[in-house]
Ligand binder design. Structure first.
Ligand code: PLP
Length: 369
């Protein structure tokens, strides 16, 4: 079907570079307009080359999700790095080495970990308290003022730890399906963070506020109440973001090129080379409530601007994907063709596929962590 992808022989992550750069431009402009620091999460792309696209647009501070990823980006010249995963006490010696090479920001939510860090940090690090403002994955409950205050004080009293502020991730927005609901969820989590900030201020503690998830940062216009935003997924977007309402299909900058290996006219299905080891097992539900693992992109003018509403990847196993296909799709494809699938969650798909191919066929490397 898509002749320009003739040399693709296995599942390959295609990246529309222009689109990705436009997505960065939009978020950079929004952060500037609101006077907040954009500290994008680089776990989405995990690529030094893609990181440069941010640097060219004035971004100087970044977020990563592991010590390994921090090391990779510090090796590529980044000097202001937040590891947005609760500090793992078994990695303190590597954290110390990194802190010698960059302004390192760490997240803590456990007083025991603060004590270990206070005893073992041999270089100055910035410390943020992770707050649970409603997602219930990590963090100290925003209402637990006693614990927030005592943990902040433990940081402040430690020699090499500089208390910077409070940080949350409102991942609960991913379950929502309208701009209105996203705005409400964002407003609620920011109100909670500001109440924690106020409580700390009344004890004489100054705290910056860091938030950031792609749905909120894409949909909410006024971000002025916080100091920093950390969205990551927005550089690629994906089907989840489209269903939430964070983006249009025309903003999604990645699609997976999958070879068609069988065509079953009797059951109106295509078997593709592209399974859970390429996409993960993340799914959405179709209007009848059935899970699906990706949508078929329609190529138009060199990129994908729409998905086929009647064709979906309905089943996925390790390497196999089964696409329930529309009559139009079945009529127009043959075995050996490439089918473009928009992933449900681009961060996981990029991590699994390990690299990118731009629409003009150039390969872009990712970190090998
Ligand atoms: N900050 C933290 C702590 C996260 O866990 C994540 C994503 O999981 C982000 C920021 C980026 O959010 P998103 O993936 O919605 O862009």
């Amino acid at each position: 079907m898509y002749d320009s992808f003739q040399d693709i022989e296995k599942p390959t992550l295609l990246l529309d570079e222009d689109r990705a750069k436009k997505n960065i431009d939009r978020m950079v402009a929004k952060a500037r307009k609101n006077g907040v620091t954009l500290r994008p999460h680089f776990k989405t792309h995990q690529s030094a080359e893609v990181g440069e696209w941010f640097r060219e647009r004035g971004v100087v501070s970044i977020t990563v999700s592991s010590v390994d990823m921090a090391q990779y980006f510090v090796d590529h010249g980044w000097t202001d790095v937040t590891i947005a995963f609760p500090l793992n006490p078994r990695q303190i010696s590597r954290v110390n080495s990194l802190a010698r090479r960059c302004q390192l920001h760490l997240l803590v939510e456990d007083e025991g970990v603060v004590e270990i860090l206070a005893n073992q940090a041999d270089h100055e690090v910035s410390v943020w308290l992770k707050i649970d403002a409603g997602y219930h994955r990590t963090g100290i409950d925003w209402r637990n003022q006693g614990k927030i205050l005592s943990t902040a004080l433990a940081v402040i009293e430690s020699q090499n730890l500089e208390f910077r502020g409070i940080l949350t991730h409102a991942g609960n927005t991913y379950a929502l399906r309208s701009s209105e609901k996203i705005r409400e969820a964002y407003g609620e989590s920011v109100d909670r963070m500001l109440s924690v900030k106020g409580m700390l201020a009344s004890s004489g503690i100054k705290a910056a506020v860091s938030v950031g998830d792609t749905p909120s940062c894409s949909i909410v216009g006024d971000l002025r109440e916080v100091d920093e935003i950390r969205p990551g997924n927005f550089i690629f977007y994906d089907l989840s973001q489209f269903h939430i309402g964070s983006c249009r299909v025309e903003d999604i900058s990645v699609a997976v090129a999958c070879p068609i290996v069988a065509k079953h006219l009797d059951r109106r299905q295509l078997l593709i080379y592209g399974g859970a080891i390429h996409f993960s097992k993340e799914y959405l539900r179709d209007p009848s409530g059935h899970p699906f693992y990706g949508s078929v992109a329609i190529l138009d003018g060199g990129s994908w601007n729409a998905v086929d509403p009647d064709s979906r990847m309905i089943s996925i196993s390790q390497e196999h994907g089964i696409v329930q296909a529309s009559d139009h799709l079945l009529d127009h494809v043959s075995v050996g063709d490439i089918l473009l699938i928009i992933p449900i969650h681009s961060c996981l798909t990029a991590n699994l596929l390990g690299g990118y191919r731009t629409l003009d066929g150039r390969l872009i490397e990712m970190a090998k962590l």
